[in-house]
Design a protein around this ligand. Structure first.
Ligand code: HEM
Length: 301
């Protein structure tokens, strides 16, 4: 918020204006009751402003607060304390949910009432002009300070939303990173499992059926290679790289190939074997399509 010195400078509000306000006060302060009544009648004309004055107490408060403001306008020095009082009024209006255009409209009404009174009471044309210029400056300063609270309130809300959004994004990022770490640990454990499987298959090849053992080991080796690929991709992903979908299809393909290796000597019935081959074909087609899409995307980037 600007300081009162800046505001006075920008509105070209001088000590002469301050003096003029005193003179205006001599003419207009005796009309305080009448002005308060007219202001209240004006607000009662519109349902959206009348709604604030349903009780006798609120009507009384309205007249009191208006008269306080009205007296302040003509008698107060336009200093920092005055600025604070106007800012407080602005905040009260924001707090009660009053739209700023009601304040603008009622200030316009007041301006016209006061202008008429000045024109009616001061007959010297030059003097009237000077007094009216001062009056407009004073009312403009009042309006500008009171309505700036609406702008500040909007900014405050924006910052609150912005902060909440930032906090949520940070939380989601941390959660995602944590989940990715968990995935990497899972993959590491699985890779150890596959390593054990490979060891078991090699042992089978040595102590049992060599042919079956070698084929099984080949399948497990394929799986191990795939696990290494997956781990590698996950580590790249943790460092900010992309996670290609292709890698998961590759993993399924390798698992199928291993199953076919094992099935070649486990199943006597050709049907499961044919089904496995069919599955492998479908996976191959999916792999082909995914790999094509990914390479096209990479070319575009
Ligand atoms: C030129 C325009 C206006 C001026 C100068 C003005 C002035 C004031 C002042 C000085 C206060 C007291 C703030 C405080 O507690 O420190 C106030 C409060 C209030 N104003 Fe205004 N006002 C204006 C427009 C309006 C309008 C258009 C409404 C519409 C209903 C309104 C409704 C109220 C209400 C309900 C309060 C709270 C009264 C309470 O304390 O119970 N004001 N206003």
């Amino acid at each position: 918020m600007e300081s009162i010195i800046d505001i006075r400078d920008q509105f070209e509000f001088t000590e002469e204006d301050q003096e003029n306000l005193k003179k205006l006060g001599e003419l207009l302060l005796p009309l305080s009751d009448q002005m308060a009544e007219e202001f209240y009648d004006f607000l009662m004309q519109f349902p959206k402003t009348a709604v604030y004055f349903k009780t006798k107490e609120s009507v009384k408060r309205r007249k009191e607060t208006f008269q306080f403001w009205y007296k302040d306008l003509f008698t107060s020095q336009f200093d920092n304390r005055y600025l604070l009082r106007l800012q407080k009024t602005g905040k009260v209006h924001v707090k009660i949910g009053l739209d700023s255009y009601h304040v603008n409209a009622s200030m316009s009404f007041l301006r016209e009432q006061l202008r008429r009174q000045v024109a009616a009471q001061i007959k010297d044309g030059v003097c009237t002009e000077d007094m009216l210029i001062t009056l407009h400056k004073a009312l403009d300063i009042n309006l500008s300070i009171m309505t700036s609270s609406y702008q500040e309130e909007k900014l405050k809300k924006y910052f609150v939303y912005h902060k909440a959004e930032k906090w949520l994004v940070q939380l989601a990022e941390r959660l995602l990173h944590g989940l990715n770490l968990f995935l990497a640990i899972g993959l590491l454990v699985l890779a150890l499992g596959v390593l054990t499987l490979l060891g078991q298959d090699i042992y089978q090849a040595i102590v049992g059926n060599l042919e079956h053992g070698v084929i099984r080991s080949l399948g497990s080796l394929l799986l191990l290679w795939m696990m290494i690929e997956l781990l590698n991709t996950e580590i790249q992903h943790l460092r900010g790289g992309k996670l290609p979908v292709r890698i998961f299809v590759e993993l399924a393909l390798v698992a199928f190939i291993r199953k076919i290796f094992v099935a070649s000597f486990e199943y006597k019935d050709p049907i499961p074997f044919v089904l496995l081959l069919g599955g492998l074909l479908v996976l191959g087609i999916i792999y082909f399509m995914v790999a094509r899409i990914e390479s096209q995307r990479a070319d575009r980037e």
